[in-house]
Ligand binder design. Structure first.
Ligand code: OAD
Length: 242
């Protein structure tokens, strides 16, 4: 007996959160050892904090760069990247800012919350890639304004075009796989609704139940690497919603 396999789908969206990178050693945000348990986002991850004390906010983000620089993509990232190298259209819609999907070879990636390795001038808006850790140059060459990490902080808006593309892709996919998100941060947490409206098969990979669990047809309760391995191997019972 054989259930559906990844190759049976035409358009797959992997919707990923911090749990995707947990097995690479990148801390998640919530739960034990979560970033927001130790660091108050009101001091380190919002525009007001940056306006008050850009150096302190940069110190926090340099710390995060250091953490991520010590991590490599895990087997789960690589399985997703490999799926995208076949004929199936595979898109990664990620809330992660760590860049590990791109590093593992995924090509079609929408980063909803920006990227830790890109900076944006807070005054003139020009952007720059910067793989260095720590970021040392804090003033824009062009206008003298402050560089800030080009990531979405609390209270910031998501990029309109990125969000729009994510909604379109999710509405038209036939398999939607959520991996490692607590589903509490909006508007990202609303995106699985588009997969439901589009009648995609919806799979949630997470060791724990989430507020969005009822939106999914299949719940794979376990770590991302193990569950993605079973998915890629075509485990016959895995995608059977019955
Ligand atoms: P969270 O830290 O809120 O949630 C991580 C989820 O991953 C939890 O539901 C865990 O149960 C799950 N998890 C942990 N280890 C896992 C593993 N090995 N395999 C699979 N799942 C695992 O992270 P996000 O949902 O990504 O935003 O957080 C959403 C947003 O909140 C982030 O993008 C960030 C944060 O504030 C910004 O910074 C704008």
């Amino acid at each position: 007996m054989s259930g559906p396999h990844l190759r049976d789908f035409n358009r797959i969206v992997f919707f990923t959160g911090a749990g995707m990178s947990a097995e690479s050693g990148v801390p998640t945000y919530r739960g034990a050892g979560g970033i927001w348990k130790e660091y108050d986002y009101r001091r380190y991850a919002c525009q007001d904090a940056f306006n008050r004390d850009p150096a302190a906010v940069w110190e926090f983000h340099n710390y995060r760069r250091r953490l991520v620089a010590a991590c490599a993509p895990n087997l789960g990232h690589r399985i997703i990247a490999r799926a995208g190298q076949r004929e199936t259209r595979v898109t990664v819609v990620t809330q992660n800012i760590d860049g590990l999907h791109a590093l593992s070879g995924s090509r079609d990636i929408l980063e909803l919350h920006g990227n830790l390795w890109r900076v944006r001038c807070d005054t003139c808006g020009v952007k720059q890639q910067d793989p260095h850790e720590p970021r040392e140059q804090l003033r824009c060459d062009g206008c003298g304004g402050w560089w800030r990490p080009d990531i979405v902080w609390f209270g910031d808006f998501l990029n309109d075009a990125t969000l729009h593309s994510a909604k379109q892709l999710i509405s038209s996919c036939d398999l939607f796989v959520s991996v490692g998100t607590s589903a509490v941060v909006y508007p990202a947490a609303h995106l699985p609704e588009y997969a439901r409206a589009g009648k995609a098969l919806r799979v949630e990979i997470n060791p724990d139940e989430t507020p969005a669990s009822e939106l999914y047809d299949v719940h794979l309760r376990g770590p991302a690497t193990e569950m993605l391995t079973r998915l890629a191997d075509g485990d016959p019972q895995l995608l059977d919603p019955a």
